[in-house]
Design a protein around this ligand. Structure first.
Ligand SMILES: Cc1cc2nc3c(=O)[nH]c(=O)nc-3n(C[C@H](O)[C@H](O)[C@H](O)COP(=O)(O)O)c2cc1C
Length: 231
């Protein structure tokens, strides 16, 4: 039995969560879903897929913003996507403080509602990821925990950094994004603290690693457009 079903059962037996949750009958939940995509206009009137560059840090002195701004500068000239920088710090999300799992979309707090509305605007995401203790940092994973449907059937790519290019952090994040039904592209941008940063703090990417951004974004834009047809 999944955690979601266990939560539902406990809620129905105990307190008021059941009344707030959407009612889905067992029959309806198992019925095949009919998808009728508007193939002629998969992006609902938007000429270009919207891509968010999402930061993921709060530490004073973090290099995350400088990497995110560099990504924005590199992709700003693209004619196949609208790209916007979204700084998680602007949303002042506390440690997860919503009563219900995100799958219910029964948000109580203004910060969650604002974060949900912003994430919903996009067809794809570039996550700027640092590595803490061989995994993704808590600011990003906390922010991801707030939402679910907002990410479903969309596409994502990673720009990571760390002593090993943030590779381990991104491998863990891929598992999380799979659960969020957010398709993550294979191509990945990895910056080394030793060679792409001066004194481990000033971002100065090598030409070789900088050159891996465009192929990742190419794949991301393709998938962002493709997934728009099935939403
Ligand atoms: C709590 C903490 C744990 C860290 N663990 C790792 C690690 O496991 N692997 C790694 O490559 N770097 C690790 N680092 C170094 C960070 O990758 C490096 O400090 C980087 O600049 C952090 O990103 P930030 O500037 O966005 O905070 C760690 C740093 C912190 C603060």
């Amino acid at each position: 039995m999944s955690w979601f079903k266990i939560f539902s059962r406990k809620s129905k037996a105990g307190h008021s969560a059941a009344s707030a949750a959407p009612r889905v009958s067992a029959t309806a939940a198992q019925a095949p879903v009919e998808v009728a995509p508007d193939v002629a206009d998969p992006l609902a009137g938007n000429a270009l897929p919207k891509i968010a560059i999402i930061t993921g840090a709060s530490r004073p002195g973090s290099v995350n913003s400088s990497v995110a701004e560099w990504v924005l500068a590199q992709v700003a000239g693209r004619t196949d996507a609208d790209v916007e920088l979204v700084d998680i710090a602007d949303f002042n999300l506390p440690l997860l403080d919503e009563a219900y799992p995100a799958a219910y979309q029964n948000y109580q707090n203004p910060a969650t509602k604002a974060w949900s509305a912003k994430v919903s605007e996009f067809d794809g995401y570039i996550f700027v990821v640092h590595e803490y203790n061989h995994t993704a940092g808590p600011v990003l994973t906390n922010a991801l925990s707030y939402l679910n449907a907002e990410f479903n059937n969309k596409a994502a790519g990673f720009v990571s950094y760390g002593s090993m290019g943030g590779a381990r952090a991104v491998e863990h994040l891929r598992e999380t994004l799979s659960e969020l039904q957010l398709a993550h592209v294979r191509n990945q941008v990895m910056f080394s603290l030793f060679t792409d940063f001066e004194n481990f703090s000033e971002f100065k990417p090598t030409e070789q690693n900088a050159g891996t951004l465009a192929p990742m974004v190419d794949q991301l834009v393709l998938w962002a457009k493709g997934f728009a047809t099935v939403r």
